[in-house]
Design a protein around this ligand. Structure first.
Ligand SMILES: [Fe+2]
Length: 238
């Protein structure tokens, strides 16, 4: 079974369209998204419309939950006061511009998706199996990975939230952070499409990086009234 996973799209419709074309060209039979569909870029309604139209199933991220339920804060962690201020502006913008239909969709997303492929139990969630806003980076101690795996009945865990892709194998469990389609933070501004191929006894993971018109996406951020800061971050992939 070959499928693609789209992490953190964050309102970036240009990146999503390119990612979808690449996943189809690579032979993905199905696409899953990892939530966090709005914020930082302006096209949350278009992203949701596109996912519905293309039958892309997915889970609810912290940003989806907080936008849909009109929370005070997006649940994202800022590294400095400037980032916090910018994050708040993005969150308020997104709550204001997300349509009722979009909010209904975001609210309806499940916390997790599970299925079995060739005997491998696959579990998909946004950040961790029990919390949607904890950052699960690759350099977390092995103990952390083991504790997470103990909470669930799964062989392959797929998640995002950090915008930095990796695969790690520990004690026969496979941990896949699918990175981000619309707002990578690993220094590579191209969209990240994670391609997973499960066959008998084998799980193959590929992180495709897809070029798209980042300049156009950055301009759309500026003209939407969102802070220019996010256009710069998009280009720098930080
Ligand atoms: Fe997130």
């Amino acid at each position: 079974m070959k499928f693609a996973v789209f992490g953190d799209i964050h309102g970036n419709i240009e990146a999503l369209k390119a990612a979808c074309a690449a996943a189809q060209a690579a032979g993905a039979e199905k696409i899953y998204h990892l939530g966090d569909l709005g914020g930082y870029s302006p096209f949350v309604n278009e992203v949701v419309g596109f996912l519905i139209e293309h039958g892309v199933e997915g889970v609810q991220g912290n940003y989806d939950e907080t936008v849909a339920n009109d929370r005070e804060h997006c649940g994202c962690k800022a590294e400095d006061p400037v980032q916090e201020e910018m994050a708040n502006k993005s969150f308020e913008w997104t709550k204001q511009h997300a349509s009722q239909k979009t909010k209904d969709y975001l609210r309806s997303l499940p916390f997790k998706i599970t299925f079995v492929a060739f005997g491998e139990k696959v579990l998909i969630f946004h950040a961790t199996p029990s919390k949607n806003n904890l950052y699960w980076y690759e350099d977390r101690p092995e103990k952390f990975f083991k504790e997470m795996a103990e909470k669930v009945d799964a062989d392959v865990m797929i998640y995002g939230h950090t915008h930095k892709p990796y695969r790690k194998d520990i004690n026969g469990k496979i941990f896949i952070n699918a990175g981000s389609v619309g707002k990578p933070k690993d220094g590579d501004p191209r969209a990240c499409v994670t391609l997973i191929d499960i066959t008998a006894g084998k799980v193959n993971v590929e992180f495709l990086r897809i070029s798209y018109d980042v300049e156009k996406a950055a301009k759309a951020i500026v003209s939407s009234g969102l802070p220019k800061y996010f256009a710069e971050k998009l280009k720098e992939a930080k």
